[in-house]
Design a protein around this ligand. Structure first.
Ligand SMILES: Nc1ncnc2c1ncn2[C@@H]1O[C@H](COP(=O)(O)OP(=O)(O)OP(=O)(O)O)[C@@H](O)[C@H]1O
Ligand SMILES: [Mg+2]
Length: 506
């Protein structure tokens, strides 16, 4: 099964533990020349840790690594780069204030006569972004671009290392839309043809089957096995990942649009001609108790902008918003929280997680803000709430006091979700709540959203994955080019919605 023939890199018997966590236990892994190798497993399985051992970020407690058949100790990230290992980490660490070009070349700027050669740098940056099919002004600040462009910038940065022969991509596609993902795959295939070996971490199984040659599965820090992609049936892969079969998720495979079971209660929120100049054209929207409304649209179609107006992160230039029969005049997140509205944001790094606080402190943050900081939530109560959500969302951690920065990416996402569930809002807006979440936990979150509706809440569910929108929503609003285009309910075929998203209705 594990064939290390022709292996460029092998890792043998790797162990790594953190206080209270055995992140890796006796893991073997090998990467062949000119292959794309998927590394998969549930949130907290140890994928990122294995990568960090390979790139010199973490030292293994035990184990051996060989490159070209010779044993090596990877001492630092610098050292990893020197031997040709180039990485795009899950948490992109770029500087939003610097330009795209500066971000690509930081630390490796071209020089001329002892000074940074800005012209060459910008030209080269422009070229490499074009080769990734991204045509933008690379002299603009990175922060002014979408998460997707930022992700492409991180990839460009990894590719400029001329000696790179191993490229590691840790969930690079979680913020990319279908088109951008296929562009990235084209780039990956080209790099493979040019002799590069690629390790690709993703939670999207379609992508695993589309682009990889082999698959290594980790579960609870242990190796399950390495398989040829072409001969491993998808259901077997899922079973290997989660350690049980997927039958218990089967009831999630039907769409909710035609389900007549749900009861549509009173309107909790009404938007009339609500809009913001340059962000979203005026739209009408009603949210009723007991329903999940999905927002479908391509990246940049205005989904997050619509959500920002409903929640008050942004102020409208037009229209009215009525919540529980009262017209809203003060638009602010805090006022919204107090009116019973929650928004779980898309970008957990920028708007969500506080790295240096514990899980408990992160979870109670919105709740504490709504009480006011003078009415401090008793610590005992904080623990109760945190423990409740750790259990409910299956957050992998030794304790509620763990710093959030020590959690795996998917578990951090669950902490943010917990923060908004904790305020028990009447209307909950979820912007990409399952990004970076593994297959099993994804189904759990979708179920949870539906159960909130059953309890008489209203949810807005935003996701780039149309099948998940279809599975969870009673009604689907389609946005395109910052405008609400259509609403669908009842029996609708998926391709009708896709046509509306793409702008090719018949
Ligand atoms: N610096 C650290 N301190 C303490 N625990 C850590 C640290 N880094 C990782 N862990 C723990 O090690 C385990 C494996 O984490 P890892 O990030 O490798 O998971 P992952 O497979 O990448 O998950 P995800 O799909 O959510 O990104 C988790 O339980 C995580 O909380
Ligand atoms: Mg990870």
């Amino acid at each position: 099964m594990l064939n290390s023939e022709n292996a460029l890199i092998t890792m043998k018997g790797i162990h790594k533990s953190f206080p209270g966590v055995q992140a890796l236990e006796d893991v073997d892994f090998n990467l062949r020349r000119e292959e794309i190798h998927a590394l998969v497993g549930e949130n907290g399985a140890g994928k990122s840790t294995l990568i960090k051992v390979l790139t010199g970020v973490e030292k293994p407690d035990k184990g051996m690594i060989t490159l070209d058949g010779k044993e090596i100790q990877i001492k630092s990230t610098q050292h990893a780069q020197e031997i040709g290992i180039s990485t795009v980490y899950q948490e992109v660490n770029l500087c939003p204030n610097l330009t795209v070009a500066e971000n690509i070349f930081i630390g490796r700027e071209p020089h001329k006569l002892g000074c940074v050669d800005w012209k060459t740098m910008n030209q080269n940056a422009g070229q490499i972004m074009k080769s990734l099919d991204v045509d933008i002004d690379v002299t603009r600040a990175l922060g002014s671009f979408s998460v997707a462009i930022q992700q492409m910038t991180a990839i460009a940065r990894a590719l400029i290392i001329s000696s790179a022969r191993i490229l590691i991509l840790d969930e690079p596609t979680s913020s990319l839309d279908a088109h951008e993902t296929s562009q990235l795959f084209a780039v990956m295939r080209k790099l493979k043809k040019d002799g590069m070996s690629i390790i690709f971490i993703t939670h999207f199984l379609d992508q695993v089957y589309e682009v990889t040659d082999r698959i290594t599965v980790l579960r609870n820090g242990k190796l399950v096995g390495t398989y040829e992609t072409a001969t491993l049936p998808r259901l077997d892969l899922i079973t290997k990942m989660i350690g049980r079969s997927l039958t218990e998720f089967e009831d999630m495979t039907k769409t909710k649009l035609e389900s007549s079971k749900h009861i549509r209660g009173d309107a909790l929120l009404k938007a009339r001609d609500l809009g913001q100049m340059g962000a979203i054209e005026p739209f009408d929207l009603e949210l009723h108790a007991g329903e999940v409304v999905g927002l479908a649209g391509l990246l940049g179609s205005g989904r997050s902008e619509l959500a920002a107006l409903l929640f008050g992160t942004e102020k409208p230039d037009f229209g009215t918003l009525t919540i529980s029969e009262k017209a809203v005049t003060d638009f602010s997140p805090l006022a919204s929280i107090n009116r019973g509205i929650g928004l779980c944001p898309e970008d957990r790094k920028a708007e969500g997680i506080v790295d240096d606080l514990s899980i408990r402190e992160n979870i109670i943050l919105a709740m504490q803000a709504s009480r006011g900081w003078l009415r401090y939530l008793p610590v005992q109560k904080q623990y109760e709430i945190a423990e409740h959500f750790i259990k409910l969302l299956n957050i992998v951690t030794p304790s509620a006091d763990q710093l959030v920065k020590n959690l795996s990416g998917g578990n951090q996402q669950k902490v943010i979700l917990a923060r908004w569930l904790a305020i028990n809002p009447q209307v909950l807006i979820l912007d990409e709540p399952t990004r970076g979440i593994d297959v099993g936990a994804k189904a759990e979150i979708q179920k949870l959203v539906l159960s909130l509706a059953e309890d008489g809440k209203a949810c807005v569910f935003i996701s780039s994955e149309l099948d998940e929108v279809l599975r969870t929503s009673h009604r689907i609003v389609v946005l395109r080019e910052r405008e609400k285009i259509n609403e669908f309910s009842g029996e609708v075929e998926e391709h009708k919605i896709m046509q509306a998203m793409a702008g090719s209705e018949v």
